[in-house]
Design a binder for this molecule. Sequence first.
Ligand SMILES: [Zn+2]
Ligand SMILES: [Zn+2]
Length: 314
Amino acid sequence: MKGGTTSKSLGICRHCRVEEAEIRLNYARLNLCGKCFVKFVERKVARTINEYHMIEKHDRILVAISGGKDSAALLHLIRRIMPDTEVICLHIDLGIKGFSDVCRQKAEELVKYENVELTIVSLEDFLGYRLDELTSRRRRICSLCGLMRRYILNYYGLAYGVTKIATGHNLDDAVAILWDFYIRGDLLEALKFQPVTKLIHPKAIPRIKPLIELTDFELKIYADIKSLPYTLTQCSFGRESKLNRRKKLVESIELMYPAFKHTFLKSHVKRVSPLLSGLTSRSINWKSCSRCGMPSRGDVCSVCRIKKSLKKRG
Ligand SMILES: [Zn+2]
Ligand SMILES: [Zn+2]
């Protein structure tokens, strides 16, 4: 298992100096054995959680389980690092043929493995339509899907009385998302993307990203070493999505500029955001949606507007 280009032996593990190294982390120039790698990942997530005060004693956490490796690792890591924290798992069945069934099955296997309960919400029940039925209706299916997922998590989070929502965004996701905002000069949107996101609204549950400092590569290996059930199947809409194209671009930069992703995120969180933080609080005045009461920029929130337009068109 190598995150780099070499096919040579990786030598002895740099941490324990006993076992043979199996995993190469190029950005850190670090070769580790499986055991030390697991410790390395767990320590890193514990540090992220502490540094940003993501989880405190009284917290009840809603974990969004997608069926993929990131949310599988997220659930496992939170339970390892903070065994006394109450965790509630939610899976959203998007109703995408061939994809959603696999995801649902893996989500179910995972909670069984972790011995926790799972609530499954189907988008069809929530919206009246499956996601793949909306393709002919709405062009920007990925952003619609993201919007619906955020809404549903917040909705059920409120129903279950959780204090935080944890999502599986990793470093590769973060840099690919931020990249677009920076290139477009959309600093307000960029500023909203943080390890911890708090909206000033009584019905907005704070969101935490405990995996934000781990790469796709690290999470896949962690999930494999731990034998966590997950699927690598990608959504047919998302496979060629802008986000995935950005990820490939960022990866090609990382090859020439090791630790590019870590530097990018660190600059965003530690340097740019504090400088500009006054901008976000002034920019958006959150109201309550007149239909559902959820946070909204206008009188009616985007989800209620979508629901209404779907009903109209039948
Ligand atoms: Zn070792
Ligand atoms: Zn609404």
